[in-house]
Ligand binder design. Structure first.
Ligand SMILES: C[S@@+](CC[C@H](N)C(=O)[O-])C[C@H]1O[C@@H](n2cnc3c(N)ncnc32)[C@H](O)[C@@H]1O
Length: 290
């Protein structure tokens, strides 16, 4: 098979998988996180509930998993890697400082306290916003971004519902990967600093936007910056190809895959076997080389 026909075959497989396979089915157990999806007749009124086990908190998120055309909506669906990312950053053992600094804890008198220095977290391709919501519950200063207006609309609604629970409500912003002016203006006018953490889940699926995504990550985490990048990735079709996105950072970033000990204990994510139709998901952490 020529490389051109192999590429056409992969594109077709990806299109079929993303179009017709519903990413989250009803009553799925995602890595020990109970997830229940309830649809009414109108997909406009769909919700998922997610249990953030480390925070002992259950959240309900509005989703819009299908577009009016019937196609699965990228931005309105909660994809499988997102609960895992939320689970990881809220794990008290998570080594990333950005998610520790503002951890809410009880002091000796039983009062709830926040650490003094909020960390700044940017999520790219946030979708319906679960990971950003989790980071905001930790007390981080969160900027949830996406290129899709429907994602922004859904996130605004989802964040509004939990407004009383935030020390700092998460902000939503439209950001298209590769729009360097917009990313610069995010840094200068909104963040007023470089982010301590850049996070994303299930964003490495589109061939066309990978370079733009990488460029945006590099701008938000430039040479010499100590910020961390954390990406949860669901392996879909061709691990070598998808892996090449992560490998493309290896010249100037140190990259580690988060250990199995951080994955929920039910074996659900503990596979890389692409024939196993459970959902192999990895979390990568990256930081600029010194
Ligand atoms: C597969 S969804 C993942 C959503 C969410 N992170 C999750 O895991 O549930 C990919 C997200 O990336 C966003 N996205 C795709 N291409 C983009 C681009 N070029 N610029 C900004 N956002 C983009 C989509 O709108 C969508 O919300």
């Amino acid at each position: 098979m020529t490389s051109v026909s192999a590429m056409i075959l992969w594109w077709t497989l990806i299109f079929v998988a993303l179009t017709f396979i519903p990413p989250v089915t009803s009553y799925t157990i995602l890595g020990g996180i109970d997830q229940e999806k309830k649809d009414d007749a109108e997909s406009e009124n769909s919700f998922v509930t997610e249990k953030l086990r480390h925070l002992q908190k259950q959240v309900e998120l509005r989703i819009q998993s299908h577009e009016p055309s019937g196609r699965v909506s990228m931005a309105g669906t909660l994809w499988e890697a997102s609960p895992l990312l939320a689970d990881y950053i809220t794990n008290p053992a998570c080594p990333l400082e950005a998610f520790q600094r503002m951890r809410i804890h009880d002091d000796d008198d039983g009062n709830v306290r926040l650490q003094p220095q909020p960390s700044t977290v940017v999520e790219l391709g946030s979708g319906v916003g679960l990971a950003s919501l989790a980071a905001a519950f930790l007390g981080c200063r969160v900027f949830a971004t996406d290129g899709s207006p429907s994602s922004i609309r859904l996130m605004n609604e989802n964040f509004e519902k939990y407004a009383p629970d935030f020390a700092m409500p998460p902000r939503t912003l439209r950001l298209d990967w590769g729009d360097m002016d917009a990313a610069q203006s995010l840094i200068q006018s909104e963040l007023c600093c470089l982010p301590d953490a850049i996070m994303a889940s299930d964003v490495v699926y589109s061939y066309s936007a990978r370079e733009e995504l990488a460029a945006t990550i590099r701008l938000l985490c430039p040479k010499g910056h100590s910020g961390r990048v954390v990406i949860a990735h669901r392996w879909r079709t061709d691990p070598a190809d998808e892996g090449s996105f992560f490998e493309s950072f290896d010249d100037d970033f140190d990259r580690e895959e988060v250990g199995m000990e951080f994955l929920p204990d039910d074996g659900y994510h503990r596979t890389r076997n692409m024939m196993d139709m459970r959902y192999p998901i990895s979390i990568f952490e990256m930081r600029r080389k010194c």
